[in-house]
Design a protein around this ligand. Structure first.
Ligand code: C2O
Ligand code: CU
Length: 497
């Protein structure tokens, strides 16, 4: 067992320290650790007396963004894509001052963290949008450790560059590893195929996706899964680029490791509409967490990560060389990638579009994961069971929960402190990564110990059941994490009262 050294964190803080001495033109996330005694709260939310306050500043603004030699304009945080990685420890008070320099209102949502409702960052549901030229301070005690992320929850802003990773370190790290990396996956069209707004107009008018031929032929790539695989679908938005930490496959991020090291990788899917298949050539991965929550370790060759989902894996660096870490957009042949480079290796990098054979080997499915810490309040008999039907009308491009299109649909009401069961039925041909704010749910996967998650893919023509305990009062967003489906109606408010 090696001691855990949070090296990347130190490096990052050093980095921030250095940069703030330099340029100054770019406003980076400041990570000042100010021991505040309480009473210094700017929002009225409680900075619990004695808990450490971790402060960041996020400025949402138009940014010029380099994409493999090409310059595109988009919207991002603090001058880059992704936004700064936010790090805190379980129990810290996180205070984030968000300044809006966009031409429209915005909010920031802390995906997966069960914070107080007023801090959840959903416009019209938990707060008024932060208007252009104004700021808002989010402040909450970080309730749980794990891999999370933050993103704008206004309109189609997430499908620009308004997202970043949010890592919460546990009070005591139970895993042992030498090094860690966070990889944020994203599909990219902004500034290339117009804007997300232009893409939405195209979807509503029913014209075919730009470059959709790739989407069609991509189905062939899936056939190795077998003919009746419910995970076969054709994306309705086809993206020209897939990025890992803001970098296209032609200009990949390199993860440097040494032989013999144990490496933790945290994957976040921040895409607007792409599910990724992820594999690391020459290595297998031991899955330790999904959506921030620990699971019984399971060894696989490939992951399937829906929009909003996260997986943490451990990798043994035992095969010197330079290896493709590929994220293939499901239903297409396109890949985003990073490179795993062993120190001292002189091997040349694989081609940008290389799809490792591991993509076709052992794929992690929900049925293979068991929660390490299931919610003991959930028993076999729920207090309330609700059908959740997911469907769409591709012609009008509207998406529905129980046949209703938001905002024309009222809240789903549940009582506080009850065991709630959602029974999903997907009657269409698109997968829907369904996300509930403010709570974790347990995915019923046939093991009796399904994983605790906040986002789960409900596949075409499939049923899926999740159970959760309604212990966080308020009106909570509940929606498909396909940005275009959410914007066109597949959204509800779940009222816990
Ligand atoms: Cu990742 Cu409602 O959000
Ligand atoms: Cu959807």
């Amino acid at each position: 067992m090696r001691p855990h050294t949070p090296r990347s964190e130190l490096t990052r803080r050093e980095f921030l320290g250095l940069t703030s001495l330099g340029a100054g033109a770019v406003l980076l996330g400041s990570c000042g650790f100010r021991g505040v005694r309480g009473g210094d709260s700017t929002t009225g939310a409680s900075g619990r007396t004695g808990s450490r306050v971790v402060r960041y500043d996020l400025e949402a603004a138009p940014v010029g963004f380099g994409l493999g030699g090409r310059k595109v304009s988009t919207w991002g945080y603090n001058g880059g894509v992704p936004g700064p990685e936010i790090r805190a420890k379980e129990g810290d008070t996180l205070r984030v001052v968000v300044k809006n320099r966009l031409p429209e209102g915005t909010t920031v949502h802390w995906h997966g963290l069960p914070v107080a409702n007023s801090m959840d960052g959903v416009p019209e549901v938990t707060q008024n949008a932060i208007e252009p030229g104004t700021q808002f301070t989010y402040e909450f005690e970080v309730p749980v450790s794990g891999t999370y992320w933050y993103h704008s929850h206004a309109g189609l802003q997430l499908d620009r560059g308004l997202y970043g990773a949010l890592i919460v370190e546990p009070k005591k790290e139970p895993l042992s590893y030498d090094k860690e990396f966070t990889l944020v996956l994203d599909d990219w069209l902004d500034g290339i195929n117009g804007t997300p707004g232009d893409e939405m107009r195209r979807l509503k008018s029913g014209s075919p996706a730009m470059g959709n031929m790739d989407g069609m032929s991509g189905m062939g790539g899936m056939s190795e899964m077998g003919g009746e695989d419910p995970r076969q679908w054709s994306p309705d938005v086809v993206y020209p680029y897939h990025l890992v930490n803001g970098k296209p496959a032609e200009d990949p991020k390199e993860l440097e490791v040494k032989r013999g090291e144990k490496v933790r990788i945290r994957f976040v899917n921040a895409a607007g509409a792409s599910i990724y298949r992820v594999a690391l050539a020459g290595h297998n991965m031991t899955v330790t967490h999904t959506d921030g929550q620990p699971v019984e370790p399971v060894e696989v060759d490939a992951l399937r990560i829906g929009m909003g989902e996260r997986y943490d894996v451990l990798v043994d660096a035992a095969a010197p060389g330079v290896w493709q870490l590929a994220a293939q957009a499901e239903g297409t042949e396109k890949v985003g990638r990073a490179l795993l480079r062993y120190r001292g290796s002189t091997a040349s990098a694989p081609p940008a579009d290389h799809r490792p054979s591991e993509l076709g080997k052992r794929l992690l499915l929900y049925g293979m994961i068991e929660a390490k810490t299931p919610d003991a309040r959930l028993h076999s008999d729920p207090d309330q069971t609700m059908p959740v039907k997911l469907s769409g009308d591709e012609k009008k491009y509207v998406w529905m929960i129980n046949d209703e299109v938001y905002p024309g649909a009222g809240p789903i009401s549940v009582k506080e402190n009850e065991h709630i069961r959602f029974e999903f039925t997907n009657t269409g041909m698109m997968p829907h990564p369904m996300h509930l704010h403010g709570h974790f749910f347990q995915v019923e996967n046939g093991t009796g110990r399904g994983p605790m998650k906040d986002t789960v893919i409900v596949d075409p023509m499939q049923k899926l059941t999740v159970d959760w305990y309604s212990d966080n009062p308020g009106g909570w967003a509940f929606h498909c994490h396909n940005e275009y489906h959410m914007d066109r109606g597949m959204f509800r408010v779940v009222k816990v009262a």
